[in-house]
Design a protein around this ligand. Structure first.
Ligand code: B12
Ligand code: SF4
Ligand code: SF4
Length: 307
């Protein structure tokens, strides 16, 4: 154990040489040229800021490290009017306490294992593509990345380093074998965001995906049926019944219950510092300083789920 470093998480990783940055960018540019990427503005604001290129703060970067962290589906009980509503929080929306610094330290000590090298976290890369191209994971038809033994219950992170790994992992883009004769996610997506089986059409219509609307503030469009909502934030409809998640979907992380009073005050929507602090600790979705943005999102989504 390294003193002062949180290593209370399971990880898998792969590395890719920066020589492949051009090919990775071409994967995305090709989809853009072919008109396969939704023009939904929010989606575009997420992906158009990403680019496979050497970062300015590490001009002599040699490799990219892709880290997958196992992250369970979280569940939380909201008490309201004598009833308990058990509600899901998908992996990657709640904070498990691990910091970027923890990951960087882990990479230096466990993966690079030599002193004197730099490791820089980046949000600028499309990490599922990196995970699949490096052989760490495979795509499901729902466009989510799956890793052997952990299904899609993962968070993905990318780092540049000036260390040159001997091994260069570079593989073809792969779909999970399990998907070949399966349409469960297609049939379960409440908004038909996942295209029907065809070799031509694989990329989801992100403008139809519930997560694009319910993870930010604003009005949820009314073409999304109310019974489509299924999680406090995001959506689990294409992952929960997926055979690729059979082994891991029931390994849930139980969060502290939200009391009757807390649920009521939250749904009333008034600014309440005590509530903001308590929900920040229990739900782990936001920090108290972010509560003005996050609480209206949680309130809006919860109101639909408890109706
Ligand atoms: C934008 C974004 C979104 C958007 C768009 C999602 C999307 N599918 O692109 C919205 C807001 C809708 C979203 C939703 C979700 N997201 Co999101 N999102 C991102 C973000 C910021 C970028 C993703 C991206 O680059 N999309 C662009 C598309 C073009 O890339 P792609 O999906 O990899 O597309 C590839 C395939 O289509 C493939 N392809 C094309 N043709 C073919 C043909 C065949 C046969 C095959 C096999 C492949 C293939 O090539 C494409 C790339 O070249 C990443 C973080 C990051 N930095 O990467 C998180 C990320 C992808 N999201 C994540 C998660 C968890 C989710 C949700 C599951 C959250 C939830 N529970 O609600 C949903 C899942 C929705 C879905 N079905 O994809 C995780 C994924 C973890 C995992 N296991 O894969 C990430 C990595 C965040 C993280 N750091 O952990 N997300
Ligand atoms: S539900 Fe079936 S088709 Fe969809 S990702 Fe899972 S295994 Fe693949
Ligand atoms: S996350 Fe929900 S809305 Fe988005 S593709 Fe999956 S099932 Fe459909």
């Amino acid at each position: 154990m390294y003193s002062g470093i949180n290593l209370d998480f399971k990880y898998k990783y792969r590395t890719i040489s920066v020589e492949h940055l051009k090919d990775l960018q071409e994967d995305i540019d090709k989809l853009r040229r072919e008109g396969k990427l939704s023009d939904n503005e929010v989606y575009r604001s997420y992906i158009d800021t990403k680019k496979f290129e050497i970062p300015e703060n590490l001009p002599n970067a040699k490799s990219i490290i892709i880290l997958a962290i196992f992250s369970k589906l979280a569940v939380v009980n909201f008490h309201l009017d004598g009833k308990i509503h058990e509600i899901m929080i998908p992996p990657n929306y709640y904070d498990d306490g691990t910091t970027v610094e923890d990951f960087e330290n882990l990479i230096i000590k466990d993966i690079i294992q030599e002193p004197g090298y730099k490791v820089e976290f980046t949000r600028k890369l499309h990490v599922k593509l990196l995970a699949v191209r490096s052989g760490l994971g495979e795509y499901g038809r729902n466009n989510i990345c799956y890793i052997d033994g952990w299904g899609s219950m993962i968070n993905l992170f990318a780092f540049f380093t000036d260390f040159q790994f001997e091994e260069d992992n570079w593989t073809e883009i792969k779909m999970m074998d399990q998907c070949k004769n399966c349409t469960i996610c297609i049939n379960n997506c409440p908004t038909n965001a996942i295209p029907l089986i065809s070799d031509e059409n694989f990329v989801i219509d992100a403008g139809k995906c519930i997560s694009v609307y319910n993870e930010i503030q604003g009005i949820i469009p009314d073409w999304i049926p109310t019974d489509a909502h299924n999680a406090l934030i995001g959506c689990m409809r294409c992952q929960k019944p997926c055979p690729g998640n059979k082994e891991v979907i029931n390994l849930t992380e139980k969060l502290d219950d939200i009391t009757e009073n807390e649920t009521k005050v939250l749904l009333e929507g008034q600014r309440d510092e005590k509530l903001a602090n308590s929900l920040s600790k229990k739900l782990k979705i936001f920090s108290p300083s972010n509560s003005d943005k996050s609480l209206p999102v949680i309130k809006r989504n919860l109101a639909v789920l408890v109706k």
